[in-house]
Design a protein around this ligand. Sequence first.
Ligand code: SF4
Length: 356
Amino acid sequence: MPSIASQLIHWHKDYGRHHLPWQGNRDPYAIWLSEIMLQQTQVNTVIPYYVRFMQAFPTISSMAQAPLDSVLALWSGLGYYSRARNLHQAARLIMQDYQGQFPESRMLIEQLPGIGRSTAAAIAVFAYSKREAILDGNVKRIFTRHFGIEGYPGESKIQNLLWEKAEELLPTDYGKGQIETYTQALMDLGATVCKRHMPLCGICPLQRHCVAFQKNRVNQLPTAKQRKPLPQKETVFLLLMYQQELLLGKRPPSGIWGELWCPPETEIGTDIASYCQRYLGIKIQSPIQLPILNHQFTHYKLRIHPQLIPVISSTLTEKNKFIWIKPYDALKKAIPTPVRKLLKQNFLLDDHAFTI
Ligand code: SF4
């Protein structure tokens, strides 16, 4: 029987994806950027971001020289902003420690911020043809189903078993391009056939020996994590408007939305007028309550209570941390998704219609 690697390589020729913008490129920087963007994000969402990033920062040195704010602004809307901060920091480290040359070995790549073992392996494979195993979410799903592995794949015992499988299955015939095609085939099979919901087992090249398929357990594998209900937090966003401009403040580097621009925040029940006067040096008219916006993070849910607040006068005290900006221009800054939604939902982004 042909090995799994050779079946996948064969399958990929006719059914794999061949035209993604980062494919056919040996530039480790481009591969790295695409791999980081693709974490937790669909290909179709990533493509326009990837194209814009490569235009703005075509090399490691251009990314390293750019201010973090510009990198975050381009990343805005893609979520998981620590990915962008780590990219920027890693680009600076590569300039400093490797004279701008992306390291070749998987072990060295893995030392860079924000790059785990699987991503490091993918870069080593696609840029340098190294014989390394990947194990991203898609691959874990294929292996748990194909080998009928029970247990949550995030548990270290299961994870170790999956890494062993990943190493064992690497193609032994180490011909030209074999490792790249095999790695891409695994990624493509997970994304297009062995999908999380409604996998297309009928056209899967691995169906004959797939344990989950034979035992009718495809929908039970991989084993889901035991989830507790997510805690919920509340916050009040102060959308302060003065002379048709909105007040945004830069958040501290650590914590959620680090270094992104957001409206000032306060707790529910705060006296907003005294808060604005005392902490911002701003005198306001009565706030107008806007519809609540719900946002979900990995570890909790956030209920945002936005208040639209016309400002009477401002002697803003911490000027360097804040900016007054037209809502339309704010969309071009590094702002988190819920702020983007609030701007789009609550402001007519047309100078004629904007009246506060
Ligand atoms: S047969 Fe179905 S479950 Fe098994 S690997 Fe293929 S797509 Fe996944």
